[in-house]
Design a protein. Structure first.
Lengths: 301, 216
């Protein structure tokens, strides 16, 4: 079901020159946010957030399929073919099969979600995504009762994704969520940014966005979704289990072994951009904390 | 002009080797233009950072560029001695310059980290104590301070043989720098390993070769 979640982020600054795309879509979100702020919403009132520019969002990416430099995805992603595209949904579902991207789009309701995006490397952006709730897509496939986890897979096509020639990652890129996380109304499949089709460097044609988790959980250019009863081993956990876990919830109190997660730098502020405090669950504590009640978050990082 | 030709005969007959050419050139070139040349990347990088040339997150890019130049300069300063010993090329007058430039770049690298990157005093202190790669980097910087302070003729004369001993700290500092670079990366990456390889090679050339007595 679409529109299960309403935005609390505000867009109350004067018009940013960079925010020239699809202003109308943002206005809706801002109006909703301001309404909530007026109603006394603590989080919204305290915030002074505006979406990052199109350039910030599309020129500073981690997408190792195209290289490890932040500029590589923008530089090399044009080689990727995204049409035709289909997503294989398999495992513990009633209707397994290959779902063509157009058919998915026809079945889903696209909405705007203005989310914070926090990378495990301690930088962040605010991104106006367009997409649909993952729950809707999973329900389309019919999740069976024994399923407990969702496993995601990125496309493996080294002739178009030249970063995949590197051998230190066991391609394809894998991510996973617990089923309740996957069904949460905040969890979306993004197909656009600023009302435009999502650029290839950002994970076209469809990618996961889980706003309360570090960015690497939000797997890009998905070709396969598997419902399973086993906890998937995600790529970064496999590479560096001491540094990256399965949950990877944004948590200012649990540091990365090599840097603090208590603060983050907002991208786009230039040379004198200060660090800001990182929020528990990236500011979505109210919505998601209950899913982790009783869990030791220093152990399940 | 009117000197008798035969005085010049010997030197004209012996063609100067490429070594002599290089050494002669190095003798004639003063160090100050090289200092200026090597400081040009600083305003260039700052300008690039402000105008988007270093990408959407210029702080870390600037920090990394300065750190990498510093490490390169430290490696250059290590090249001078073996090149003289093994190839007969004397660039000794540039060794101090490379060392001091390395110190300047390490200092700038540190300043960018302190002021632009972190900027929060409690976090800086925590990072130095708790993050091994930062601890190691800081230690390397601290070791370079006495080296920079004594990089002048007066100190060389004053300290005498102790100066040479003191300046062996260079080896520790460059090793720490190379290690710091490796540890900053998320995973094993080729570039820092190449730097470390060069460092280890240059240091191994300094190991005293033990002469083995032929076994009877």
């Amino acid at each position: 079901m679409a529109f299960r979640w309403k935005n609390r982020l505000t867009d109350n600054d004067v018009t940013d020159e960079a925010v020239y795309l699809n202003r109308r879509q943002l206005m809706g979100a801002a109006a909703a946010g301001l309404g909530l702020a007026a109603a006394g919403n603590r989080a919204a009132a305290a915030e002074d957030l505006e979406p990052n520019s199109w350039e910030d969002i599309t020129e500073y990416n981690n997408f190792y399929e195209f290289g490890t430099d932040k500029g590589d995805p923008k530089r090399y992603a044009h080689a990727l073919t995204i049409d035709p595209w289909s997503v294989k949904i398999d495992g513990m579902v009633d209707n397994p099969g290959d779902y063509a991207f157009e058919d998915i789009m026809k079945a889903m309701t696209i909405e705007e979600r203005l989310y914070r995006f926090r990378c495990v490397e301690a930088w962040s952006m605010v991104i106006p995504w367009n997409g649909f709730e993952l729950a809707d897509m999973l329900n389309m496939a019919g999740v069976q009762s024994g399923a407990r986890y969702v496993r995601f897979e990125t496309l493996y096509r080294p002739e178009e994704m030249h970063g995949q020639k590197a051998t230190w990652i066991d391609w394809p890129y894998i991510e996973g969520l617990r089923l309740d996380e996957a069904m949460h109304p905040l969890t979306i499949m993004a197909t656009g940014i600023y009302g435009r089709d999502i650029p290839k460097q950002n994970g076209a044609p469809l990618r996961l966005v889980v706003p309360w988790k570090y960015g690497f959980k939000s797997i890009k250019s998905i070709v396969r979704i598997t419902l399973t009863d086993e906890q998937p081993v995600n790529t970064w956990q496999q590479l560096q289990p001491r540094e990256y876990g399965f949950y990877s919830n944004v948590n200012p109190e649990v540091d990365h072994p090599r840097w603090t997660q208590a603060t983050e730098r907002v991208i786009g502020g230039g040379l004198f951009s200060p660090r800001i405090p990182t929020l528990m669950f990236n500011g979505y504590e109210e919505e998601v904390a209950s899913m982790y009640a009783g869990m030791d978050l220093t152990k399940f990082y | 002009m009117d000197r008798p030709l035969d005085q010049h005969k010997t030197s004209q007959q012996v063609k100067p080797s490429w070594r002599d050419t290089v050494n002669g050139f190095a003798r004639r070139v003063p160090t100050w233009p090289v200092y200026i040349l090597y400081m040009l990347p600083v305003p260039w990088l700052l300008w690039q950072a402000q105008t988007g040339g270093l990408g959407r997150e210029p702080i870390q890019a600037l920090e990394h560029e300065l750190g990498e130049i510093a490490l390169q300069l430290m490696i250059f300063s290590l090249v001078i001695t073996p090149v003289r010993r093994h190839a007969g090329i004397n660039l000794l007058k540039f060794r101090r310059m490379f060392g001091l430039l390395a110190f300047i770049y390490v200092t700038l690298h540190l300043l960018v980290w302190l002021v632009l990157d972190v900027g929060i005093l409690s976090q800086i202190w925590n990072d130095i104590l708790k993050r091994p790669y930062i601890t190691i980097g800081m230690l390397g910087f601290v070791l370079m301070i006495p080296l920079a302070v004594t990089s002048n003729n007066w100190s060389v004369r004053r300290l005498g043989p102790a100066w040479r001993k003191l300046h062996r700290l260079t080896y520790a500092a460059v090793l720490l720098g190379g290690l710091h670079f490796i540890m900053v990366q998320k995973v094993w990456e080729a570039e820092p390993l190449i730097y470390m390889g060069a460092i280890l090679l240059l240091l191994s050339l300094r190991l005293p070769l033990k002469r083995r007595k032929p076994t009877a």
